[in-house]
Design a protein around this ligand. Structure first.
Ligand SMILES: NC(=O)c1ccc[n+]([C@@H]2O[C@H](COP(=O)([O-])OP(=O)(O)OC[C@H]3O[C@@H](n4cnc5c(N)ncnc54)[C@H](OP(=O)(O)O)[C@@H]3O)[C@@H](O)[C@H]2O)c1
Length: 258
């Protein structure tokens, strides 16, 4: 029987690339985001091209009602989820301290509270499954960022939280049949920077990743049951350097801000 993946933030960028890649592999999908019109269009396209089932769940993950709707889809025993892709995200174009605390609450809800609730629901639901191989009850792929390895305000702090929790959960749940992986991409050409009104003019061409390519790399790492996936050699190197930088460089980067 075809497996089912639930992807948050599937209307654009990395989430849409996950939806397309998994659909090509024959997965049935549940896609979650706010824009029902865009999700319906993607669902029709994927059903037509790949003959898969696609359920559309319109939910704003920063609201309690939206998060409850998405969580219920993860828990739905009649339509079990084999892979949760916690991907929906956004950023704020200002430094913490210059932003409004209301915006920071929204940011925290989207990048921390939502993936935490969905991961909690997935871990409990997947661990309890008796209808599948006990070594392969399900997987959770949390989309973080290489920013998790740097000091860059609340965005990097939230992503560091997600990497830390995922890394722990990877070891805690691997013997219980649930595989957890954090994905840490570098800059990817999506709607992310435009939506966040961020100036990307100073980012050199070589630093940009293609969303389809990074998703293909991430799915290979997921199949290899890795704990942390950093797509592309250049970002593997940058992530290593970020984690092993002398403190004066860490301080210089932090002074530049987020
Ligand atoms: N692009 C990069 O350079 C980059 C690098 C590293 C990590 N990431 C991470 O990758 C993930 C995906 O980012 P992306 O680059 O693909 O961004 P994107 O192109 O802007 O897509 C963001 C997705 O998240 C959804 N979303 C945003 N707010 C939401 C909310 N409140 N409730 C439900 N869904 C919401 C959006 O759908 P709707 O608008 O329809 O709700 C959209 O589908 C994020 O977690 C981001 O932090 C991105």
């Amino acid at each position: 029987m075809a497996k089912r993946a639930l992807i948050t933030g599937a209307t654009a960028g990395i989430g849409k690339a996950f939806a397309r890649a998994l659909a090509r592999q024959g997965w049935n999908l549940v896609i979650v985001s706010r824009d029902a019109v865009r999700m319906d269009a993607l669902a029709s396209e994927l059903r037509q091209q790949h003959g898969i089932a696609v359920d559309v769940v319109a939910a704003d993950l920063t609201t309690s009602a939206g998060l409850a709707t998405a969580t219920a889809a993860v828990r739905d025993a009649a339509r079990p989820i084999d892979l949760l892709v916690n991907n929906a995200g956004a950023s704020i174009a200002q430094w913490f301290g210059d932003t409004s605390i209301t915006d920071e609450d929204w940011h925290l809800d989207l990048l921390v509270r939502a993936p935490m609730h969905l991961m909690d629901a997935a871990l409990k639901t997947m661990s309890a499954r008796t209808d599948v191989n006990t070594n392969d009850k399900g997987a959770i792929l949390n989309v973080a960022s290489v920013a998790a390895f740097a000091l860059r305000g609340t965005y990097s702090a939230h992503k560091a939280w997600l990497v830390n929790l995922s890394h722990w959960a990877h070891f805690r749940y691997k013997d219980r049949g649930v595989h957890v992986m954090a994905l840490c991409p570098g800059f990817a050409r999506t709607e992310f920077h435009q939506r966040g009104k961020m100036d990307t003019s100073g980012i050199p061409d070589w630093m940009w990743l293609d969303a389809d390519r990074l998703v293909a790399d991430a799915l290979k790492d997921l199949a290899r049951k890795k704990a942390i996936s950093v797509p592309s050699l250049r970002y593997k190197l940058l992530a290593f350097l970020s984690r092993n930088m002398p403190s004066f460089i860490v301080a210089a980067v932090a002074r530049r801000g987020r």
